[in-house]
Design a protein around this ligand. Structure first.
Ligand SMILES: [Zn+2]
Length: 194
């Protein structure tokens, strides 16, 4: 039926939602009381209206610059490069107290994710302008992760900044945002030079 199919089409655009699940979600919405649906609509709108990207680190934030970039107690000379906000949240749980740079993904030319799509140029400019002591790559050891680290490391070569990356504890194909705190802490403590 028109509106239900239309709603299901929206759900089907979401990650990991197939046609059947999308239809089930649409029927679920139909079965909810009006005030629940109103709250859901408001919450959808608030996400688009209030959540933005930090102009300095490109993380999601309610204020620009974000809380971390504004925090005077952060170690300004230490920069952690991550693929997305979920990985940043995972690193934030350990004792890391430097700043962040969120790339917005990993290089994957087959999916049209080229260097221009990511915040790579901005990262290079940032490192040229500021006096960072160390750039730490907290990037998953996947094919895309490796390619991204190598690409950026090549651009930063000669800028005199120390480059490190997660050393061990994260098996190949493991995700930083799924790893537990101890594993990430170990991976950070044992970081190696690039
Ligand atoms: Zn920020």
């Amino acid at each position: 039926m028109g509106p239900l199919d239309e709603l299901a089409r929206y759900f089907q655009k979401m990650p990991s939602v197939g046609a059947r699940s999308a239809q089930r979600l649409a029927f679920f919405i139909l079965s909810q009381p009006q005030n629940w649906v109103d709250g859901f609509i408001q919450s959808l709108q608030a996400v688009k209206k209030d959540v933005r990207y930090c102009s300095q680190c490109h993380n999601i934030t309610l204020t620009d610059p974000c809380e971390i970039c504004r925090d005077p107690d952060r170690i300004r000379g230490l920069l952690c490069v991550v693929a997305d906000p979920r990985d940043q949240q995972a690193i934030e749980k350990i004792s890391y107290r430097g700043l962040y740079h969120i790339l917005g993904g990993l290089l994957s030319p087959l999916d049209s994710i080229t260097p221009e799509v990511l915040k790579i140029d901005d990262l290079v400019q940032k490192i040229r302008r500021n006096n960072y002591r160390e750039v730490f790559f907290a990037i998953n050891p996947t094919v895309e992760g490796e390619a991204t680290i190598l690409y950026i490391a090549d651009l930063l070569k000669g800028l005199g900044v120390r480059m490190t990356r997660i050393a061990y504890g994260l098996p190949t194909n493991a995700n930083i945002d799924y790893a537990d705190e101890l594993t990430i802490s170990r991976a950070y403590e044992g970081r190696v030079e690039i």
